[in-house]
Design a protein around this ligand. Structure first.
Ligand code: ARG
Length: 466
């Protein structure tokens, strides 16, 4: 392919030949980094004000720049802006248009700044906002789970290990387990935000800026918590992106687990829940079908976010200091992950909120399968039997019930006393009733109604405090 006639590039001075169009399209990021336009302009307006304050720009020039940039926001938002791949990226596209509009003042905007520190600024402003949105959506899903927990404080279901029925628990306790996972996700995002909220401008291309600039002014105007401390690090650091992706990845893992349970519980085999019609889908062939596609897609979309995390870890692992063009590859995985996480949370919250629980079926499942066997052993422990012996005795009780096809509580007291242990008394039946099993787990973190109520109260307080 023949190289085009030399086009005017901001860096064109050094080149005798025009860029090959293949290179232009291969290296351009404008198709995806255009998303950053608002942050780019927000940063440029403050940068120009700082230059004026430091005497590097006349006040009138800074005003012209600000007005021009605000007009460009309007052009972009009205769809009038031409995003040309020859502009390479959003930074050059906006600067180019500004120069077209305001002339020489526009050509002064890039004083004391490089795209290397500019792009990091944009990304940090973007992530700061998006993390805030994601945190709010996580809180929304937590509220949906808490709402269901509060309306089902007396619904007993089987708790599982190895997907085998294990011990009875409250549905509310099960749902609150997800609220706790999501609380850790919110905390991780808050913590990641500390490292996102750092102002990199003033690092220049790599070594800092030789003109008398004021980094603190910029940080204050853009409400950053701190300044980057090393210019080489600042332009090559994408830890804050990777950390955010790691937090998103774990959040998606939690959503995927919740999604998996919804898929399982909606099956006829479990029959624990009815999906809300508005959040289920049908089959084009089988008229009877009602499918949990929202949960399934959440489960699968998790892979995109894991992939983004691995892609970025891989992109940075071999990079020498400082900026390398490899770093441009941070954007698509990050943008895709942010959109995926927001979409998943937005769909999962109303799905959870709309679930109808089949309480009889859930309770019956908790009553079949000897889920009270541990409590029967505890009963003997309270009468002085060492736990290992009690375990053995109740194991034999269960074996007997399996062969008689009955529940433990259907054996007679006489049979319990003569075949298994003279320590069994009439009160054993009340002791091993599923409600009693649930209600005696009162230690913090347990499934007793009163304890779960307290956990719900604590979760609501945390949500209120942000
Ligand atoms: N589009 C670039 C990126 O996303 C901006 C920085 C480019 N810097 C450079 N020296 N080519 O990383």
């Amino acid at each position: 392919m023949k190289a085009r006639r030399k086009a005017s590039k901001p860096w064109g001075g050094r080149f005798a030949q025009a860029t090959n169009p293949l290179v232009e399209s291969y290296t351009a990021s404008i198709q995806f980094d255009r998303r950053l336009y608002r942050y780019d302009i927000q940063g440029s307006v403050v940068h120009a004000r700082m230059l004026a304050k430091c005497g590097l720009l006349a006040k009138a020039e800074a005003d012209k720049i600000a007005t021009g940039l605000h007009e460009i926001v309007g052009e972009i938002e009205r769809g009038e802006f031409r995003f040309d791949p020859s502009s390479e990226d959003i930074h050059m596209a906006i600067e180019g248009r500004l120069i077209e509009k305001v002339g020489e003042a526009g050509a002064k905007l890039h004083t004391g700044r490089s795209r290397n520190d500019q792009v990091v600024l944009d990304l940090r402003l973007y992530l700061r906002e998006e993390i805030g949105l994601v945190r709010r959506l996580v809180a929304g899903l937590q509220r949906a789970l808490i709402g269901q927990a509060e309306s089902h404080l007396d619904l007993i279901m089987p708790g599982y290990t190895h997907l085998q029925r294990a011990q009875p628990v409250l549905l509310a306790h099960h749902l609150m387990a997800y609220v706790e996972m999501l609380e850790r996700d919110r905390a991780r995002l808050t913590d990641a935000l500390v490292r996102v909220d750092v102002m990199p401008l003033g690092s220049g291309a790599l070594s800092g800026v030789g003109l008398p600039i004021d980094r603190r002014f910029v940080a204050r105007a853009l409400q950053f918590r701190s300044l980057s401390a090393n210019s080489l690090d600042a332009v090559s650091d994408r830890d804050f992106v990777i950390e955010s992706l790691a937090a998103f990845a774990l959040l998606m893992a939690h959503l995927s687990r919740l999604a998996e349970e919804i898929v399982l519980w909606a099956s006829s085999e479990f029959g624990f829940i009815e999906l809300p019609d508005a959040f289920a889908t049908g089959s084009s062939m089988m008229p009877q079908k009602k499918n949990p596609d929202v949960a399934e897609l959440t489960r699968a979309k998790t892979g995109r976010v894991f992939g983004a995390l691995v892609a970025l870890l891989t992109a940075v692992k071999g990079l020498p200091l400082s900026y390398n063009r490899d770093l441009q590859e941070d954007k698509e995985p990050l943008f895709d992950s942010v959109e995926t996480v927001k979409a998943a949370l937005s769909a999962m919250a109303p799905l959870v909120g709309g679930l109808a629980f089949h309480r009889d079926r859930m309770r019956k499942a908790a009553q079949d399968g000897f889920l009270n066997a541990t409590d029967m052993a505890d009963y003997l422990v309270l009468k002085g039997v060492p736990f290992r012996q009690a375990h053995e005795i109740v194991g034999r009780v269960v074996r007997r019930c399996v062969s008689k096809r009955c529940r433990i509580e259907e054996l007679s007291l006489k049979e319990l006393q003569t075949r298994f242990s003279g320590l069994f008394d009439q009160d054993v039946f009340a002791y091993i009733a599923v409600d009693a099993c649930v209600d005696r787990r009162r230690a913090t973190g347990g499934t007793a109604r009163a304890t779960v109520k307290r956990a719900i109260g604590a979760a609501k307080t945390r949500l209120r405090s942000g």
